[in-house]
Design a protein around this ligand. Sequence first.
Ligand code: FEO
Ligand code: CA
Ligand code: CA
Ligand code: CA
Length: 689
Amino acid sequence: MGQGRHIGDLIASRRALLGGLAGLPLLNLAACATPSAQAGAALPPATPLTFARVAATNADTVTIPIGYRWRTLVAWGDALFDSVAPNFDANALTRAEQEQRFGQNNDMLALFPAEFSFPPAKDQTRMLMCVNHEYADPAMMFPALTSPQNLTPAHAEAILASTGIAVVTLERAADGWRIVKDSAPGAGHNRRITPFSPVVFSGPAATHPWIQTAGAFVNGREASAAGEPDAIRCGTYANCAGGQTPWGTYLSAEENFNGLFGASDDEAAPLIEAQAQPAYALDAGNFGFPTSNPLRRIMPPQFDLSQNPYGPALYGWTVEVDPYDPNWAPRKRTALGRRKAECATTALARDGRVVVYSGDDQINEYVYKFVSRGRFDAANRLANRDLLDDGQLYVARFDEDGSGNWLPLTVAAANAAAREAGYTALFRDEGDLMLRAREAARLLGATPMDRPEDVEALLDQNWTGLGPVLIVCTNNREQSFARPGNPRRESERPNRAQSNNAGHIVRIDEAGADCGATRFTWDVFALAGDPNATALTAPPRDGAPVHVSTSINGAPTISGDRFACPDNICIDSAYNVWISTDGSDAVFADCNDSVLVAPAAADGPRPVRRFLVGPVGSEICGPTLALDERAFFAAIQHPGESNVAGVDYASLRWTRGELPPSNFPDGGASWPRAAVVVITRDDGGKIGS
Ligand code: FEO
Ligand code: CA
Ligand code: CA
Ligand code: CA
């Protein structure tokens, strides 16, 4: 397919470019981008960070700088309504209970002023917080269960209901931020959205036959959706990162939805009929379904491919939620394309069109942006509600010379490329193109990336993109040759490449400092690793050496604290970049996953300082600052899901009957719970500065 041909072309052109340099040390071959790429945007000089760096630690708590304090804001199982018991009993959890309680494995966090304003008013005493609940590991639920064989369909419904989205009201009390319960669902803004909630598909793929067929199957089994006649009760799942729009809505990106599905009978007629379509077979291969799923016997029928083979077409989208309007069903915005969507961050183009950036977090997948046809209306919030249904989706191609192109996904271009590649499953229309956006991107020659996760544009005070955009590539364990924008996987010898286990962050500069542009330049913002390493490789926990040099062409990209596997970022008003990690401890075992800070603007190596270390077995998600920047929020996801040695708790629990390796956040002998923590300064000052 296109990808193989593309790699070959790149290697050939790279060798031609590098000429006689092949004997130089590893990484000297990397990144041909010119330094001028970074001169694209004028950023204000960095404001010096004043906090004292946090040392590496494996402590089972949240560790923060001296002079700062943390507290748990809300954790899995906490009641969001007075209509459920204030005490949480994880052993007695049901779907109905969980629909009124904070969900599992919080990921993205987004904060909105309690009363909408644009630009968002900074001095808030109330906020609405939107939270993604990405997934739930059965081993971290139901503490009294002795075997996964004892899980029932009721357990599965409770597990599913612990995922999705939460909207939670916050208020600033004398002792800091806390959640505000509503009396009952529907009484206020607090809300849970789960894989059973009614959602409306909008945009070009809304009428796609796979979606219509799967929707009819789901709706035949779940009660019909009052008030939204076109709604499908498939809700949302695998909600990873996301974004916020300037009109006060929340964008939630559906990532690893394939994990929901399995086939109870590979010979079932509906599945065989679906698989006979070349397009279905391609889609199944792309996303990795059908899969054998250990929970298959207890999962609801809509997740059984044997009965509902088109179920996966209902997921992989970006979902728009209006936290100010609980009666407006979430919209699946199909014009943004379907993939394992990590995030959906927004910027305004210079002419007011809305740009949505997204990574597709799987090895060798792509970076996308959508540009709306219409323009943001700051004076009329509701006039923006359909902006994300009509526009152009692009995918990024990085070139060797440090330039890049946003390739428009169009039916004509994708089908021309498909015919050239001898591809029989042509794209029928724009809806089919959006549903199978990954295939189109591959055919059009997009650049395969090292698992692109969060993407964040630098914005001005009015949400307008300044031009620089950061793309976080968490890692790529595959050993294949480097592609532009992914410099670490260089070849030590012509026939042997290495993996990029530590990850990196790429910076692009949109042409004309306009996020609506179709061209860009790129450079490497940071190679994650150990800036103080004396050797190119370090031995990680699993024994295979990891390349941890943070230099390119002999020049260090960062200084200060070491880290690996960057995932989510947020950018503060002084253009400091707050980086949270996922799996850094697999490379540097002496420190749990962390939050680090680096200035976007820097001369020479970018100084990185560790701000927070999470508890054992957790990853840190959703870093974000209160609107006044006097509080920092982070999602502590899956504490205790693995121990300090990296052994996952599912195997420890079911084979050895061990207790979880973390007791976060409640301490003592308590069962671990994913939680949102809030960090403030003892003196009440701005975070970081
Ligand atoms: Fe859900 Fe790619 O992290
Ligand atoms: Ca992530
Ligand atoms: Ca982010
Ligand atoms: Ca990740």
